[in-house]
Design a binder for this molecule. Sequence first.
Ligand SMILES: [Zn+2]
Ligand SMILES: [Zn+2]
Ligand SMILES: [Zn+2]
Ligand SMILES: [Zn+2]
Length: 486
Amino acid sequence: MQRNIDTLTKTIREYLDRNSLTDPSAPWEIKKSNLGGFGIFASRPIEIGEVIFKDHPVILGPRAALTSPLLCVNCFDKDNLKPCERQCGLRLCSLECQNSSNHQKECKIIRQWQTRPIPEEVSEKLFKVLSPIRSLLLSDQDKAVVKCLKAHRSDQHGFEVNVMKNLLHFDLKENEEVFMRFVCSVLDSNAFEVIVGHEDHQSSIKGLYPLGSLANHSCTPNTIHVFDEFQHMIVRATVFIPKGAEIFHSYSRFIWATPTRRFHLYKTKHFLCKCRRCQDPTEFGSYVSAVLCKVCKVGRVIPIDPLVQNGKWQCEGCGEGVNRKDVASLSSLLGSALNSFSPEDIDFMLRFIDKKLKTLVSENNETVVEMKYKIIWMLGHQQGFTWTELSDNLLFVKEKFCKDLLALLETLRLGQCKMRGLLLYEFYRCCNEAKRRQVKSGNVSKICENDMKNLLSEVADILMYDVGAPAEIKKLWPDEMKLQEQ
Ligand SMILES: [Zn+2]
Ligand SMILES: [Zn+2]
Ligand SMILES: [Zn+2]
Ligand SMILES: [Zn+2]
């Protein structure tokens, strides 16, 4: 199908309409992007926090990743899984899920393909290739939506179809195979990781969101996307977006340095990012990529042109040139050190950051940041380090690391992004625990009640609509959203 702005806009608008997600005042339009292809643009100025659009998944299913655990294929619950009684080879949590109309359809088509029973040990493979199978069950209108999305043509796509043929011995019709191979590559370039379930009971699946997938990537995105109870994607502005500006989201992690992000994006999404952050050797003055100079000891070594792969790096202080290879091997060495730490090593980790890393890399280098991030999620959460078990010193460390990372996100111009919401909440919990300790020891709390309230309401605002938001946060949402939750 010929992709042009008018047909694309019409297809997407009709799709949203079919799913009751049309909002006449929604501030977006599809236009040609400077990055090549199409993109989504602000059709009027958009305020911070404003909903830009909501989207519905045209395909929703398990992820193909090796580590994804088995889930009920209907409700994505993890518990009480039993093989389908009709022996399609999939697992479900209840009779209700087994007899749902969605499962009945896929159950039937899978059983028609079967040339032999599916042994227990390969049923997991079937689970992981279910998403492309689901594309065959779409209405013609929805198939047309999938067809207008961009796909990368590359041999590595469509391994799911190979699994169906070679491992599961499915007897696929040729047109089914062709369409599923196409869908695999559409999913590969466009699918989002979707979080389902509540706080302690979350799993991750993947969803294809037609409008969401038209938004291009930037390492400094201007939006946040979250998923609600019904797996709708809600996209909101994290910064003020002027009329005519392109709407971006991020496929990468904010705390990674430019070489890491660009490599990851190239491997998973097949493009080399050239966004504002990637172009800037200092990454907006954050120095997330920088290592320290071995010659003058204090200068920061940064890439001369970060868009040139394997290009030269140079010390800002003394001008000493450094090979990209040397920077890369230091980064991978530190990366593997980072991965080998466990919660029991916490004292060692803190000394490592304080003594060792200070002499090797800039204070916001990705290894330092990643380590702090890891520690933030250990303290207060893991066994032996729950809130009441934390020493005063570790509580202080956690609070400080939250502040450090929040400052970094600001330097990176990320606005009201999800990570800010999560870190603010952890910071709030530190204040809460510190306050509890002050009161318990008979001291008057120095922590201002109003500041705490403001913190919490900012978190509630950033994480609005997010099904995974903590219960304490959901309580602060407007009443009409609480009704939705029930
Ligand atoms: Zn279920
Ligand atoms: Zn079945
Ligand atoms: Zn970038
Ligand atoms: Zn130097």
